[in-house]
Ligand binder design. Structure first.
Ligand code: MG
Length: 382
């Protein structure tokens, strides 16, 4: 029995994760849930699963949240320290890290320091501090398992060879809602248009990232650190159906891919139960229906965010933290109607070019740069 803590339990990954835990009561139990502010949804989760802990990161909510919204068996805690406390609770075996953005780093870090298995849905953690996070995991001998569907696919495909036998990995990208569009057409994109993703139902931040292809850029950087690959060993191919979740090419030319419907329950379950494969709640492909799978190279000119991803994966150091923070701020401004869609990668480019590069930053340096890059985007846009 694995006792699970889910950080970011009310988001898209978090709710899917609770579906998986609910479907495998013999293997998984929910020890704690944490959310930033969504206390109603967190209360429902508490009443359904009766976990030992529920954490609201925003301590300003303490006076307003009614205790009876939660199960009497659940202890309700507030504040960022309580998130770290849950992540390092001695009765927790596995921590699912699914808080969106750089905000997810603290919980992931606390879990790794406490020696927990971490199922990582928060790609920003590795984009911001990949080498430091991987060092900590290695030092404490704890596995860091990918939940991101592409990285789960790579991780699954890697089981059929040795690390030194990998020639390259290829991440698939749906291409988002604006696949095939021209630069001129992209000038007109509104938040409403960008929030309509053709294949995946996800939160607003990652949906916008999918539309700019920044999501794939962040995934290239995530893969670089997670799988300890050279930047030239990572490629991206556009695959509009989102059935092939990524593939690995080995030195003999053999390509191993992982397929499934576009649904997060399988990658979540695989990370939670690895190395076991269990009959779980994930949907299946129907081979009695006609299906075709298309692949084509990405358009780096129209979607310059992806080119930024390759560049940052190559340079490393402080670049990941700067790109990530600049993008988070630019997306925020775009969703508020204050910055144009095409300006998201432009703002990121400008802030990256303006920052003082360091090859081996400390965690403190990265936290500082994160703040700086957000302010720079605001300045750039005004
Ligand atoms: Mg992904």
């Amino acid at each position: 029995m694995q006792r699970v803590a889910v950080l970011g339990s009310t988001g898209s990954i978090g709710t899917n994760c609770l579906e998986v835990i609910g479907a495998l009561p013999g293997q998984l139990s929910l020890r704690g849930v944490a959310a930033r502010q969504s206390w109603q949804a967190l209360g429902e989760q508490s009443r359904r699963f009766a976990p030992r802990y529920a954490v609201l990161e925003d301590s300003a909510l303490r006076p307003t949240v009614p205790r009876d919204a939660f199960s009497p068996q659940t202890e309700l805690l507030f504040g960022p320290d309580a998130v770290a406390q849950l992540a390092s609770d001695p009765e927790v075996d596995v921590v699912v890290s699914s808080i969106v953005g750089a905000a997810g780093l603290a919980g992931t870090w606390a879990a790794l320091e406490a020696g927990k298995r971490v199922c990582l849905a928060n790609k920003e953690t590795l984009v911001v501090a990949g080498p430091l996070v991987m060092d900590l995991a290695r030092k404490n001998g704890v596995p860091l398992l990918p939940v991101d569907s592409e990285h789960s696919a790579i991780f699954q495909a890697l089981q059929s060879g040795r690390p030194q036998e990998v020639r390259r990995i290829v991440l698939t990208a749906s291409g988002g809602p604006f696949r095939g569009w021209t630069r001129d057409q992209l000038e007109q994109v509104t938040p409403e248009m960008a929030l309509r993703h053709p294949n995946w139902k996800m939160g607003p931040k990652i949906t916008i990232d999918s539309a700019t292809l920044m999501n794939k850029a962040l995934e290239v950087i995530e893969a670089r650190w997670l799988f300890d690959l050279g930047p030239d060993q990572i490629e991206v191919v556009v695959h509009p159906q989102s059935i092939v979740h990524s593939f690995v090419e080995f030195v003999d030319g053999s390509v191993m891919a992982q397929l499934g419907p576009p649904d997060m329950k399988l990658p979540i379950q695989y990370a939670l139960t690895f190395p076991e494969r269990l009959d779980g709640p994930a949907p299946r492909l129907d081979w009695n229906r006609n299906m075709h799978l298309d692949f084509h190279p990405p358009d780096l000119e129209t979607f310059p965010a992806l080119a930024l991803g390759f560049e940052v994966a190559r340079k490393g150091g402080t670049c990941g933290a700067v790109l990530n923070a600049a993008n988070e701020r630019a997306v925020e401004l775009f969703l508020q109607g204050q910055l144009r869609f095409v300006d998201i990668p432009r703002a990121c480019r400008a802030v990256l070019d303006n920052h003082t590069f360091a090859a081996r930053p400390s965690l403190g340096d990265l936290v500082h740069l994160d703040r700086w890059a957000r302010d720079e985007v605001t300045r750039w846009n005004s």
